[in-house]
Design a binder for this molecule. Sequence first.
Ligand SMILES: [Zn+2]
Length: 262
Amino acid sequence: MSDTDGVPALGAEALRGLQVGEERDGLSLRLRSWERRDPNLVCGITTAEAGDFGVFGAPADDLYDSFAGLAGDLRFSEVSVPLLVHGHDVVEIIAAEPDDRPLSLDLRGRLDGQVTGARGCLLVATAADCVPVYLWRPEAGAVGLLHAGWRGIAAGILSNGLRSMPGAPSAALQLHLGPAICGQCYEVDGPVLDALGLEGDRARVDLRGLLVLQALEAGVSRESISTSAHCTSCGTESLHSHRGSGGSAGRMAAFIGLRRPA
Ligand SMILES: [Zn+2]
């Protein structure tokens, strides 16, 4: 028992009533509500059964096999994987011209967000508790993927990501918050609360709820926001959780991309 038992997590209220996404498909969860709207859009996250997609310390050949395998199965010719650092940097990925070369893997620099208007390039973010934030601007044919833990949220990765999305700022934008640690499983102390602009010495915090509040503040309409129902730690799906495992977990690969029309 702790002092925060039974106390709603800060931010959790903001999730109430949001559309809930993702359906199981083999070794991944897929955001069918988006994919149904565009046959070339691919959007989801691997489950723990698909293996460990952690990038740090893994041999280059293994990384190629993992990520090129994932992208190839999803019929992409390029995959872009950043080395996540819990920062707020977002880059726009400019894909190469279509050609016949084998699938290419780009291990990007140390950054936590990618956006692209290029087709054929699968964006990846690895995670195990932090929130994968999916962005889609249908009219512009643009997608984005952010990795948002408390540090990234405090540093403003969401507003950077929204600003970086290709297409007119006035055009409709969809935002989905993927599987992540839920508010009931995520208790933090004073310095973290302080960084997030919250008060207290200790409290439960719902990272996805905080992201909803930031998105609304940035002008995203509530109807355009959906959330995963899955908690990486206490949920029933087979997912990697850094906290839930005491730090020994692998990483899931969140992914989004627009295929080239067949
Ligand atoms: Zn939980």
